[in-house]
Design a binder for this molecule. Sequence first.
Ligand code: HEC
Length: 113
Amino acid sequence: MKFLASLSICILLFSCTKDKVAGTIVDPNCTDSVSFSTDIWPIIEQNCTSCHNVGNTTGYTLTNHTTISSNASAIIGSMKGSGFQLMPQGGPALADSLVQRFQCWVSQGKKNN
Ligand code: HEC
């Protein structure tokens, strides 16, 4: 009996573990949770805020979660140069992996995390 009980616990544990692993593979491009403070803000701060700071004349102020999330589709368009002027202005375009992280952040609900 003792043996059977531990055997079934093993099977249960194993199937739970397996489920968890399988459950994380929802979208192969956005598997990990993207953080605004550690992923998104550094991308914008290092590549955009020098021009798109408070009081600039570009029409886009990209200095915090509110302004970045409300302009998210324009930001993606400009990072890809599709439908908007390519940004950063004068190029070169950002690495695809950074654009991808921004898109994952948007698809995960533009969290302020
Ligand atoms: C060197 C300065 C500079 C940098 C760096 C820069 N921008 Fe811009 N951006 C501008 C200027 C100037 C305009 C306005 C251009 C115009 O109206 O002709 C602009 C316009 C835009 C627009 C509107 C484009 C359109 O076609 O309507 C978006 C969106 C944008 N920037 C996003 C970004 C993002 C995102 C980054 C960082 C990846 C960035 N910018 C980096 C100077 C810059």
